[in-house]
Structures are given as C-alpha cells and as structure tokens.
Design a protein around this ligand. Structure first.
Ligand code: FEO
Length: 170
C-alpha cells in the first residue's frame, strides 16, 4: 500500500508526464505546419512515449492501492522561433523531469518504500537516454548551422556583381 506522500508525489508525476506528452504534441504540430516532417515525426513519437510514461505511473499507483488522478490539460506554447529553440526547450524540460524523478527516488528512500524505489529505476535509466538523445540532436543542429553558413558563403561568391569602373564608357 502506498503511503499518502508517495501517492501524491507519484500523482504529481502523472501530471508532469502528461504535460510532457502535450508539450511534444504542440512541438510536433508546429513542425508539421512549417513543413518539417522529420522533426514532426520525432516529436509525435516522443509524445507517444510520454503518454506511456504517464500510464506506467497511473497503473502503478492503482496497483499499489492508491488512486491515480487524471491531470487537467495545461496549454503549451503554440509557436517557436526555430528548430534549435525547440530542441533546447526539450532538453530543459527533460532535465526538469530528471530532477522530478530524482526527487521521488529520494522520498522513497526517506519513506523506506523500496517497491516504489524499484519501480522508479526504469525511469532513472530512461531519463539518461532521453537527455542523451536530445543532446545528439542539438549537436547535429550545430553542425547543420555551420554547413549552411559554409554553403551560403560559397554561394554568395557567385553572386558578386561586376565592379563598376568609373570613367569607362558604357
Ligand atoms: Fe517521461 Fe521524457 O520524460
């Protein structure tokens, strides 16, 4: 049986995982309407994963004699400046989720709830992978930035207008 403190903090995580799913759905939709189907695909599948994380918490709370509470839907942003800004925001959010999971882990030790502690270990590892995968995308984006500038720089050489020689006849 879950004690009230653990039940409440697990329900807080239900809300946070649900919000994560919603946030990535908003990013997927933004990418889709901006013609970025690759980014949209990445975000849609990330959103599905977050829903599964939320379900894991819901089922765990109920299985252990608690009562899962369905969160209300908080509205995420609908517009983003750039793909890089989107992924930076994803990393920031995942770091927040990692801290949130770690807080629950700490509480389970304090409360000597070793079953919940064990349940959380999967999430601890999952957060390591999630943060790493976003950092890889951000590294790639930095390379894309440099390559585009390189190409742009070469491109503009061919666009140089011929110098106008003062004093020469047309
Ligand atoms: Fe469920 Fe990406 O944390």
């Amino acid at each position: 049986m879950l004690n009230k403190k653990i039940e409440d903090i697990c329900n807080r995580q239900v809300e946070r995982e649900g919000y994560s799913s919603n946030l990535y759905l908003a990013m997927a939709s933004w990418a889709e309407v901006n013609g970025l189907s690759g980014v949209a695909g990445w975000m849609y599948s990330q959103s599905d994963e977050e829903r599964i994380h939320m379900l894991k918490f819901i089922k765990y709370i109920n299985e252990r004699g608690g009562k899962a509470v369905m969160p209300s839907i908080k509205k995420p942003a609908t517009d983003f400046k750039s793909v890089e800004e989107v992924f930076k925001e994803v990393l920031k959010h995942e770091e927040f989720i990692t801290a949130s999971i770690n807080e629950i882990v700490a509480l389970t030790l304090e409360e000597k709830d070793f079953n919940t502690h064990n349940f959380l270990l999967w999430f601890v590892m999952e957060q390591v992978e999630e943060e790493a995968s976003v950092r890889i995308v951000l590294d790639k984006l930095r390379l894309v930035g440099k390559n585009s500038m390189y190409e742009f720089d070469r491109d503009i050489m061919g666009l140089r207008r011929p110098a106008v020689n003062a004093g020469t006849n047309p």
